[in-house]
Design a protein around this ligand. Structure first.
Ligand SMILES: Cc1cc2nc3c(=O)[nH]c(=O)nc-3n(C[C@H](O)[C@H](O)[C@H](O)COP(=O)(O)O)c2cc1C
Length: 249
């Protein structure tokens, strides 16, 4: 299945296994690479000395034998104390794909483009997309309503066509509430070049989270999801569990 995203990255299917703090792991990345999609993990999941460097080297080896690829998610904010160190390790190891979240992606774009890696920026509105476009990003991750974790304010039916209209030459990946082939087809029909899927993969065999967590992903529907700003200060979609009710709702 060819789109400009698969052509830019050399992968078989226009799907990103989305970066998830404390969830994304090496087995999930290997599975993504083996299947022909793009596995992306937050560098913050690898905080011990030498861990990130060694993992990237192993993933490069795995990528060379398979049809998918991998990338990293960098929180490009001064509040991330490991940002500079992690960016250096990623650039030294020539990570092929980046997703930036929060602050300015300027340094990541400059560093990644020095060796032809691609940088996609998380955006939830036109203002931030404008800044990323000016800095020369290769694509947008359009984080819309319904995304697991931090979500955007706009429905994909509005956000994707608006981004396409304002920035016709920049590919848009849809993120938020996508878990099926129907969902992927709908996003492509709206003008997306691919999709980024997070929550669904939490229930995968490879994810090293508790069975309770996996079962609650499988057994929850839209009426079990609630949005709160009390977790991190920005709107965040979570499962409405007794723990969530007590602490954040
Ligand atoms: C448990 C969890 C952790 C997440 N952690 C991160 C993260 O560290 N960095 C990031 O950019 N996005 C993070 N996200 C957002 C995902 O990358 C992605 O945008 C989102 O999962 C897409 O929506 P979906 O979960 O409905 O598929 C996280 C999402 C979840 C569910």
């Amino acid at each position: 299945m060819k789109t400009n995203f698969t052509e830019q990255t050399g992968i078989a299917y226009p799907i990103i296994m989305a970066p998830m703090f404390l969830v994304s792991n090496e087995a999930m990345m290997q599975s993504a690479i083996r299947t022909g999609i793009m596995g992306v993990f937050p560098t913050l999941n690898y905080r011990k000395e030498g861990e990130l460097d060694a993992l990237i080297k192993r993933l490069h080896q795995f990528k060379s034998e398979n049809q998918g690829s991998f990338g990293v998610n960098l929180i490009v904010q001064k509040t991330n104390p490991l940002y500079n160190r992690h960016l250096k390790i990623c650039v030294e190891n020539k990570v092929p794909f980046y997703i930036t979240s929060l602050g300015s992606p300027r340094e990541v774009i400059e560093a990644a483009h020095s060796y032809s890696a691609k940088v996609y920026c998380d955006v939830t509105n036109i203002g931030h997309a404008e800044k990323c476009a000016k800095l020369g990003c290769d694509g947008f991750i359009a984080v819309g309503q319904g995304a697991g974790g931090h979500a955007g304010p706009y429905a994909q039916t509005v956000l994707i066509p608006t981004l396409r209209k304002h920035f016709p030459s920049i590919p848009v990946i849809a993120a938020g509430g996508i878990a099926t082939g129907d969902g992927i087809a709908a996003m492509i029909a709206l003008g997306a070049t691919g999709v980024s899927i997070g929550t669904r993969y939490i229930a995968s065999t490879e994810a090293e989270v508790s069975d309770e967590y996996k079962n609650s992903i499988l057994n929850s529907g839209m009426d079990n999801i609630v949005m709160t700003e009390r977790l991190s200060g920005t709107p965040c979609n979570i499962i409405n569990t007794p723990y969530a009710k007590k602490n954040w709702l």
